[in-house]
Design a protein around this ligand. Structure first.
Ligand SMILES: [Zn+2]
Length: 340
């Protein structure tokens, strides 16, 4: 889930139109409708020119999921990607977004990429259009200030390479779900000296009318370690504990903090008490029910994959994060201090 607090700032486009390719990875020429290759500054990743078309009637998943697309199996393989992984799709230098390839097909011509209406909307076009598909998800080399100015996505890992204690994650930090990355950093700092790692992504948009969430959000059950190389370093570790911080978009209807994940109910109750006790009583803290869409209990959820059986997901309303992101992070740190 995502929230946007302020309007994005318009800056001069900083993206270059280039026709680069890596030796041996450039796709074969495709039909005349395929797009030119467009890429962000500093990125020289494998890519192929594409033609974005409407989802087929049979592709119900694409029509329901704006973050999903299908692509030609061989073309995807040419850029080193596979089904389930993430790709960037560029319509032009300002209209681009991160997608999960939820299906591979054998397309003729092989440049065809398919999306539902809501997916095409993310690229600012409801019809069919030329585009380019890139292998890179987070930008591999930008600092935070440059990433913000460029409307980019970056990935961060703070890890000693070996411990199996706690990992705190924020997959939608930066301006995608504001303050969640700061919460992960705060817990890591509060538990200095303990076996704790943090992993997060931070995303921004530099184009008015395109939110960071529209550009970069990938749902937690889809995040693939092959597309997030720093995550790939820790995904097989099997941590004893994992906690993810998230933000949902709507102001609270039933609750401001929803504790979920596949972890133990007793740990969720401990967290609920500690967080509720540190917040304004107006902010309601609950444990997600079985059918709650925010319950985060899917085994494919990245937090549950990092700590099998003990993943905890903390979803927070805009007002909870605005007013109390520090208090919530501090409460989480207090609960885990005794477990490490
Ligand atoms: Zn999130």
């Amino acid at each position: 889930m995502a929230i946007e607090y302020r309007k994005c700032v318009r800056v001069l486009p900083v993206v270059l139109l280039v026709g680069f390719s890596l030796p041996g990875l450039r796709s074969s020429p495709t039909d005349g409708g395929a797009g030119q290759v467009v890429a962000a500054k500093g990125l020289a990743d494998p890519s192929f020119p594409a033609t974005v078309r409407r989802a087929l009637k049979s592709q119900e998943d694409l029509r329901a999921q704006p973050e999903h697309c299908s692509a030609d199996r061989a073309q995807l393989g040419m850029i080193g990607r596979a089904v389930g992984q993430q790709v960037r799709i560029y319509r032009d230098e300002t209209s681009f977004a991160l997608f999960t390839v939820s299906e591979v097909r054998d397309e003729v011509p092989n440049s065809i990429v398919r999306m539902g209406r809501s997916g095409r909307d993310r690229l600012g076009e409801v019809g069919e259009f030329a585009a380019s598909v890139h292998a890179t998800a987070p930008h591999p080399s930008l600092g935070d200030a440059d990433a913000e100015a460029l409307g980019e996505l970056v990935e961060r890992l703070d890890d000693d390479g070996k411990h199996r204690g706690l990992i705190i994650i924020a997959p939608h930090g930066g301006r995608i779900e504001p303050h969640t990355d700061e919460q992960a950093e705060r817990v890591k700092k509060a538990l200095a000296g303990k076996p704790v790692s943090s992993w997060m992504c931070k995303g921004w948009s530099n184009v008015e009318g395109i939110t960071p969430s529209e550009r970069w959000h990938i749902t937690s059950t889809d995040i693939h370690e092959a597309s997030f190389p720093l995550l790939g370093r820790v995904i097989g570790r099997r941590f004893a504990h994992a906690v993810s911080f998230h933000g949902f978009q709507r102001e609270a209807i039933l609750a401001d903090v929803v504790i979920g994940g596949a972890g133990w109910p007793c740990v969720k109750e401990e967290l609920r008490k500690e967080i509720a006790g540190s917040l304004d009583p107006e902010l309601r803290v609950v444990i997600a029910g079985e059918k709650d869409p925010l319950n985060g209990n899917d085994p494919r959820n990245i937090v549950n994959r990092l700590a099998e059986g003990s993943g905890i997901q903390i979803e927070q309303s805009p007002r909870a994060r605005r007013a109390s992101w520090r208090s919530i992070a501090d409460a989480v740190a207090r609960v885990y201090r005794s477990k490490l």
